[in-house]
Design a binder for this molecule. Structure first.
Ligand SMILES: NC(=O)c1ccc[n+]([C@@H]2O[C@H](COP(=O)([O-])OP(=O)(O)OC[C@H]3O[C@@H](n4cnc5c(N)ncnc54)[C@H](O)[C@@H]3O)[C@@H](O)[C@H]2O)c1
Length: 349
């Protein structure tokens, strides 16, 4: 059967890498990128592949149930990979409602559309929900999140992602919808929106601006190169066991302060600055409320069952990321100035 895969949030950071992976690796598939193009969606992320014959873009808001169903009716997808979400924790603290709408209601709209379109048979169909390790809450200095760890979300963002995970499982348990889930740790890499720590620091180092670090900088995150996440999604989508979830992470924990110091070191070398110059920009700022101390993923299941391992070390991934941002300063300027939002009008109107 010909695969028609609907990827939601494909204009975003991770989604654009997943779209590229599928469009280029599977020329026989049709890939439909469904995205509302919020502030986080940037079609420039896909300009190297958007002319390929197996790529289609649909500008749709997943909160609009009838528009979602119409896209499903039009393209008859055999699979869904769902990444569209409001994804920034700080924004969720400022406005939780948008997170409930997109992350919870939007996910339910997609589940309903899949159920409706696949009602004759679930054979050969799959709904892959892409989620986060933040649903598990916070760890102290020891231990890891496994697939069996109880959910304990603390921010409006993680609470909305947890709710969406529960709905995806509920549709499997109640209606038999074929599903898989992935819960991944923090991603970094090319096309990362510069409100997030690593691209923000790269941008500010280039422009000699302060590098804001929350609290004492001891918050610990497990960082994964975004292309490795896209490859894990490919594997789980094709080979994961129906109804199962898979934790994806790099066994790569960094305290924020150490990560930013490593970034400063690499950036000083790239920019030909004296060692220690960029680190002087580090500025500690008031902590985020409800900030989780540590996240760390036990990725043994996806390692052992599906043979997935990260392809790059953190130092290699960070070097690739810095090189990308240095070579794509126009992308960075377009994002910080808001000009990227004109790309849709130029290309599609
Ligand atoms: N960034 C991470 O480190 C990370 C880690 C683990 C899991 N995740 C999950 O991966 C997914 C993608 O994350 P990201 O960092 O690429 O996010 P992002 O914010 O960069 O991109 C989100 C995309 O979704 C689109 N979108 C938002 N609301 C929409 C709506 N109502 N309808 C249609 N499209 C909409 C945006 O336009 C954007 O293109 C999210 O589900 C997130 O929870 C992210």
């Amino acid at each position: 059967m010909k695969q028609i895969i609907l990827i939601t949030g494909g204009a975003g950071f991770i989604g654009s890498h997943v779209v590229r992976e599928f469009v280029t690796k599977y020329p026989e598939y049709t890939i439909v990128n469904l995205d509302a193009l919020t502030y986080a969606g940037n079609l420039e992320n896909l300009k190297d592949i958007d002319q390929l014959p197996n790529y289609i873009f649909e500008k749709v808001d997943i909160c609009d149930a009838s528009a979602v169903l119409e896209v499903f009716r039009k393209h008859q997808p055999t699979g869904v990979i769902h990444l569209a979400a409001e994804s920034h924790v700080d924004r969720s603290i400022a406005d939780p409602s948008a997170f409930v709408m997109t992350n919870v209601i939007g996910t339910v709209n997609l589940l309903n559309a899949a159920r409706e379109i696949w009602k004759d048979t679930f054979e050969g169909k799959r709904f892959h929900h892409v989620s986060t390790d933040e649903v598990f809450g916070a760890l102290s200095s020891e231990g890891f999140f496994t697939e069996e760890t109880s959910y304990d979300p603390h921010s409006p963002y993680s609470a909305s992602k947890a709710a969406s995970d529960h709905f995806v499982r509920a549709y499997h348990d109640t209606y038999g919808l074929p599903i898989v889930l992935t819960n991944c740790s923090n991603n970094y890499g090319p096309n990362h929106f510069p409100e997030k720590l690593i691209p923000l620091c790269i941008h500010n180092i280039i422009n000699n601006k302060p590098l804001p670090i929350y609290g004492d900088g001891k918050y610990t995150r497990d960082w994964l190169f975004v292309i490795d996440h896209a490859k894990a999604i490919d594997l789980v989508f094709h080979q994961g066991k129906n109804g199962d979830s898979y934790n994806v992470g790099g066994f790569n924990e960094w305290q924020n302060i150490d990560l930013v110091k490593e970034l400063c070191k690499q950036m000083d070398a790239k920019l030909g600055r004296e060692v220690g110059t960029s680190a002087q920009l580090i500025t500690f700022v008031k902590d985020r409320p409800g900030h989780d101390l540590r996240y760390a993923i036990d990725a043994n299941k996806v390692n052992k069952e599906l043979g997935w391992y990260p392809s790059v070390t953190f130092e290699q991934g960070l070097a690739k990321t810095i090189d990308w941002f240095m070579d794509n300063q126009e992308w960075l300027n377009n994002v910080t100035s808001g000009d990227y939002q004109k790309y849709y009008d130029t290309q599609y109107k």
